[in-house]
Ligand binder design. Structure first.
Ligand code: MG
Length: 250
C-alpha cells in the first residue's frame, strides 16, 4: 500500500532525512586510506545516536551495523569490518539511514578513497548524475517507470548497466514501503506518483554486467564479473511543486 504523507508529516520527516544526510557526510569525511570500514561505521553510529536518533539499518533484518559499506566490486549491503582496511584508489559506497521521531531517512553516496582511477571516477560521476536525472522525472502525475527508464537510459548510454535484483522504495514510518522504485523500466508504466509520496531513489550502477550475487554472509552483494559498482541515493518527496530532495545535510 502506497502511503501518502501530509505536508506536516513530510516536514517532520525532514529531520530524519537531515540526520541521515549529515551521517553520510560523517562517513565521507572518514573515508581515507588505512581506515577500517568498522571505524567509519562507529563514527556514523555515534553521530546518529548523539542526535537522539536510531540507525535505521542496525538490526534491520538482522543487519549487524549502522551503515552498509560496500567497497569496489561490492554493490550494496557490505558489512563493516575491522579487517577491511581502505586503500588508496578504492571506491567506497556508504548507505545509511536514521530513524527520528517516527520517520526514516535513507541515503547513499560512493566516495573516492584518495585518488581513484579515471574509470572509477567516471562510473561514480555517471551514477550520481543518473540519480539526479531520476529525481527530475519524479513529478506528480508521472509513473514509477518514468524514473526507472530515465535512470536506465542515462546509464546505458554511457555503456554501464543498472542492477536489476535490488531497487529503490517508498520510505516513511517504515524503512521500506511501497512502491518499489526500479532503476530500469518503461516510461509511462507502473504506479502513478502522487503528491505526498516519499521515495528512496537509488541507482546501483555496474561498470560491467548487472548480474550480482549475495555472498555466504547473506548480505554482501557483489558483481558477478568482479567489476566496480557505484550507488547513490536520496530520499525524495513528490510535491505539487516538483520533486523535493529531503536528504540534505544541515
Ligand atoms: Mg534505500
Amino acid at each position: 500500500m502506497v502511503v501518502i504523507k501530509t505536508a506536516r508529516e513530510i516536514s517532520k520527516m525532514m529531520d530524519a532525512c537531515r540526520i541521515s544526510a549529515n551521517a553520510l557526510c560523517v562517513a565521507g569525511e572518514a573515508v581515507k586510506p588505512g581506515v577500517s570500514t568498522y571505524e567509519i561505521d562507529e563514527k556514523v553510529r555515534k553521530y546518529i545516536e548523539k542526535q537522539g536518533a536510531t540507525p535505521s539499518f542496525l538490526g534491520y533484518g538482522g543487519f549487524p551495523a549502522s551503515a552498509c559499506i560496500s567497497v569496489n566490486n561490492v554493490v550494496i549491503h557490505g558489512i563493516p569490518s575491522k579487517n577491511e582496511i581502505l586503500k588508496e584508489g578504492d571506491i567506497v559506497s556508504v548507505d545509511v539511514g536514521a530513524f527520528y521521531e517516527g520517520f526514516h531517512g535513507d541515503n547513499a553516496f560512493t566516495f573516492p578513497c584518495g585518488t581513484v582511477s579515471d574509470n572509477a571516477q567516471k562510473l561514480m560521476d555517471a551514477t550520481r548524475e543518473s540519480l539526479y536525472k531520476g529525481i527530475e522525472a519524479a513529478l506528480a502525475g508521472n509513473r514509477v517507470g518514468d524514473i526507472g527508464s530515465t535512470v536506465q537510459q542515462y546509464v546505458e548510454n554511457r555503456s554501464y548497466s543498472v542492477v536489476r535484483d535490488f531497487v529503490g522504495h517508498g520510505v516513511g514510518t517504515k524503512l521500506h514501503e511501497d512502491p518499489s522504485i526500479p532503476n530500469f523500466g518503461k516510461a509511462g508504466r507502473g504506479v502513478r506518483l502522487l503528491p505526498g509520496m516519499t521515495i528512496a531513489i537509488e541507482p546501483m550502477v555496474c561498470e560491467g554486467h548487472y548480474a550480482v550475487e549475495v555472498l555466504d554472509d547473506d548480505w554482501t552483494t557483489v558483481t558477478v564479473d568482479g567489476k566496480l559498482a557505484a550507488h547513490f541515493e536520496h530520499t525524495v518527496a513528490i510535491t505539487p511543486e516538483g520533486p523535493k530532495i529531503m536528504t540534505i545535510p544541515g
